[in-house]
Design a protein around this ligand. Sequence first.
Ligand code: BEZ
Ligand code: FE
Length: 296
Amino acid sequence: MSNYNQDKLTADVVAAFSKSPDPRLGEIMMSLVKHLHAFAREVDLKPEEWQAGLKFMEETCRITNRPEIIVLSDTLGLSMMVVSLAQARAGQASGATEATEATVEGPFYWPGAPDLPLGADIGEGVPGEPALYMGRVTDVDGKPLANALLDVWSGDGEGMYDMQLSDPPTMKARGRFRTDAEGRYWFWSILPNFYPIPDDGTVGRMFRATGRSIYRPGHVHLMVSAEGHVPLTTHLFIASSPYLHEDAVFGKRDSLVVETDRHPPGKSVVGREMKVPYHSASYDFRLAPITEKVAA
Ligand code: BEZ
Ligand code: FE
């Protein structure tokens, strides 16, 4: 029988971090150690399982054509936990709980999308049925925010992102739009389809080994920002999409689900003459004010 004292081991490692010059780092490391040790004890972690875990993490970090470590965090629900904590903190600090809900950024954001005029089509040359997205950006009291920025990115109607399609990839289905004086935005894209998270790496292996579903419901990504307001990273989820109730990254929030209408060819509400059927979706984004507490 081993006389090694497991409780003392945990206490010693925690104590080793207790004098961190950065108290927040110390707090995080001490808690991490406590939870890691408790996890190992709870599952009675075997040496070969510990080694397999380390190898998995090492391989995850070696994947270079996408940030697989983000995909791992997303699929473990850690990203959504951090998003939710941040939003709760911001809501408490500003008292503005009516802001649009945030969700995961995911691995496919590409900074530097083109600045486009309202009404531009980011779906040109992208497989999928055309869709018009429109609405307003307001503050939490409904006051329109002029010149707010919407940085939009989307997969295509077949479930792929530009980054996955060519080497080197070329930007597609991405654009940055500014709201007009009444806080309105509108742009064209396609109706995104559901799609699998990238599954040819370590995360895909984890999914297959554990029998999890690899799909995300169809969605459009947006980062919405305006001066004096807390930037928002979110999605619009397409109400008719499969997998709405089993998002592989737990990012779906009911408040972000939009109904889409299907229209016959003809003149659209924003004046564009459409030769083919198209969809439309309306959604208003509400941004919380930056208060001193939020900024801190
Ligand atoms: C996505 O939205 O594209 C995504 C998010 C998390 C993991 C994988 C993909
Ligand atoms: Fe996505």
